[in-house]
Design a protein around this ligand. Structure first.
Ligand SMILES: [Mn+2]
Length: 355
């Protein structure tokens, strides 16, 4: 069963309806196509609509789809309108979270006579459960990410800027099989560590600093996500205590990740522990998120989550403690949810490493 088959089944799509797909991540998931364009799928046909630049690529990447190219001056929606007429489409399901108002208004004019019905998160829900081939790619991305950290750790020295360390991690991942980066690398040293999403800058690492590195490789279109915090020279007793608190919270939460576990309860395990150690309010973000084609996917592990985990979901488990003006610690693994347990795919130790 192809992914499109699974979508059509999940939607119980009638013969006279079709799905129009704009969102790059959904387009890639359903068709394999990585260029610009859109897809139209229904019981009567499957098409990728693109332009001359990507037509040959789409033929290669999207077996089972007819590939249509726009003529000069023609819109993708005009081509879609022709297909809708031929397939006698009465209603189109569309990505109400992704189409801009302008695209939506234009498409309604160009494809007349159809009802527009929001998909909400129907495609994203399918994407939550990874298949074998997706797990292999994420596993590979995580392995490259972890090995890059281990290769670069010995290079970290006093005076190195955050930006230089970030570039070294990125170059190493790309040299060792990553196709790209899953997201913009975070390196935050010393007091900058209190900024969960710090942008690596010109700050020069000093002895006694904790250094938080949050980064990931992308392989075959799939993301890895890992954070480690290490010390250059002996850190303060205060930061060692913060480190051990976060490490214990991370381990406790990760041990609770299993198919059937309540997403909010998993978050609470880490949060309650951190609060009880005297850091209430200093762990100001959710415990984790799913990931795959996109770096942030559903479900989430946080205080408002309502779902339960399922086998073959990928989750991050990433508690942190942030002390403004002093520094911070975050430790993050990407894990594969299984029945009865989970398996960490990011392998470097979470012991405090003092370089
Ligand atoms: Mn993350």
């Amino acid at each position: 069963m192809t992914r499109v088959d699974r979508l059509l089944t999940a939607l119980a799509l009638p013969e006279d309806e079709a799905v129009i797909v704009y969102k790059p991540a959904n387009l890639f998931y359903l068709t394999g196509f990585t260029g610009e364009g859109l897809a139209l799928v229904g019981l009567k046909g499957r098409a990728v609509i693109t332009d001359f630049r990507y037509a040959e690529q789409a033929e290669k990447q999207s077996p089972g789809f007819s590939v249509l190219s726009v003529e000069k001056g023609q819109t993708h929606e005009a081509v879609a309108a022709g297909l809708c007429a031929r397939w006698e489409v009465q209603a189109l399901r569309y990505e109400d979270d992704a189409m801009t108002v302008r695209t939506y208004n234009g498409a309604r004019q160009t494809i007349p006579g159809v009802d527009w019905r929001p998909l909400t998160d129907d495609i994203e829900r399918l994407r939550q459960i990874k298949d074998e081939s997706e797990i292999v790619l994420i596993e590979r991305a995580c392995r490259i990410t972890g090995e890059s950290l281990e290769r670069i750790l010995p290079e970290i020295c006093e005076g190195m800027t955050e930006k230089e360390l970030a570039v070294r991690l990125e170059f190493d991942m790309l040299r060792h099989g990553a196709d790209g980066l899953a997201f913009a690398t975070i390196v935050a040293a010393g007091a900058n560590g209190s900024l969960p999403h710090a942008v690596p800058g010109e700050y020069r690492i000093r002895r006694g600093d904790l250094i938080t590195m949050d980064f990931g490789a992308k392989v075959g279109g799939y993301c890895a996500d890992m954070t480690r915090t290490v010390a250059l020279g002996q850190p303060s007793d205060e930061m060692i205590r913060v480190y051990e608190t976060v490490r214990t919270a991370q381990r406790m939460a990760e041990e609770s990740v299993t198919a059937g576990a309540d997403c909010r309860a998993v978050d609470a395990i880490a949060r309650d522990y951190i609060d009880a150690q005297g850091y209430a309010g200093r762990f100001g973000h959710g415990l984790g998120h799913s990931l795959g084609i996109e770096i942030h996917e559903s479900p989430r592990l946080n205080a408002t989550a309502v779902s339960a985990l399922q086998a073959n979901q990928l989750m991050t488990v990433e508690p942190g403690v942030y002390l403004p003006g002093i520094g911070g610690v975050r430790i993050e693994n990407t894990v594969l949810v299984q029945n009865g347990s989970c398996r960490a795919l990011t392998l470097p130790t979470t012991d405090l490493l003092i370089l």
